[in-house]
Design a protein around this ligand. Structure first.
Ligand SMILES: Nc1ncnc2c1ncn2[C@@H]1O[C@H](COP(=O)(O)OP(=O)(O)OP(=O)(O)O)[C@@H](O)[C@H]1O
Length: 260
């Protein structure tokens, strides 16, 4: 599985004004890895992903993807990347047909190929009948399934998935989890950012926990369990992020609701 890293991050630092979000991240990711990228709200997970995608440019440190420094200005590497954003910025007055054609053009794909692929991908999720409907008329889950389909129409080598199963029903989640495993077996790399610990625990072959601007844990689930003497990722997360007063926080919330 090893060899040259497909993503190489050295001493990545990112500040928003006085807010120091990433304080020196070092990370090598290899082909076929499914990285579960976790951390508390605001830890900088989306920021890291956006830097790798070239969407956030003002950072310190080195980021190489497929061996190329992303500062070089080349957009070629982006053709080999698929992305499901946490908050989709989708033109939802378009139909799925129109939107996927637009995406296909960006990736330099043939229109017919885009249509065939989009319909096949949508039909796996049972939403192909909505192909010519406006995306704004979709349910939350339908929209998410369509975004997942769009992220893969160009057969990317790296997938960045930010809370990808949000809104998906249990059957669709099962299909999607298997899809990821099969893609990783083919040598694709998956960067999976989520707060749903039991899914991360099951699908990832490596888990990276970001806390307070640094990588606080990095290893397989088995390794993290051994080092942290815990049986679940949820408990490992709680131990490392140092929040163990859940019950008193809940009491304070309920008191506030009651106006106490
Ligand atoms: N465009 C921006 N301008 C200013 N601050 C930002 C911007 N984007 C993110 N931040 C700040 O950077 C920090 C990290 O945000 P980020 O979205 O990367 O966290 P995250 O780990 O993905 O969180 P979540 O789990 O809540 O999605 C937060 O403090 C956030 O307020």
């Amino acid at each position: 599985m090893k060899g040259e890293p497909i993503i190489s991050i050295k001493n990545l630092v990112k500040c928003y004004g006085n807010n120091s979000v990433l304080k020196g991240i070092d990370l090598d990711v290899h082909r076929g890895e499914i990285i579960g990228y976790i951390g508390p709200n605001g830890a900088g997970k989306s920021t890291t992903v956006k830097i790798m995608l070239g969407l956030v440019k003002d950072f310190e440190g080195d980021v190489k993807i497929f061996g190329n420094d992303i500062r070089d200005g080349s957009v070629e590497y982006k053709k080999k990347i698929g992305y499901v954003p946490e908050v989709p910025d989708i033109y939802d007055n378009l139909t799925a047909k129109e939107y996927s054609e637009f995406i296909g053009v960006v990736y330099g794909m043939d229109k017919k190929e885009v249509e065939e692929k989009t319909l096949k991908l949508m039909s796996v999720f049972g939403i192909e009948d909505a192909y010519t409907s406006r995306i704004e008329s979709y349910s939350k889950g339908m929209k998410q399934k369509f975004l997942i389909a769009c992220s893969m129409i160009h057969d990317p080598d790296i997938l960045f998935l930010d809370e990808p199963i949000s809104g998906l029903d249990a059957n669709s989640v099962m299909v999607f989890k298997e899809v990821l495993t099969k893609l990783a077996d083919m040598g694709k790399t998956v960067f999976y950012s989520s707060h749903i610990m039991d899914v991360v625990e099951k699908i990832s072959n490596r888990i990276i926990l970001l806390n307070d601007g640094v990588v606080a844990a990095d290893g397989t689930f088995e390794e993290l369990k051994r080092v942290n003497h815990e049986e679940s990722l949820e408990n490992i997360f709680t131990d490392i992020t140092g929040v163990n007063n859940h019950s008193s926080k809940a009491d304070a919330f309920v008191s506030a609701v009651k106006g106490e």
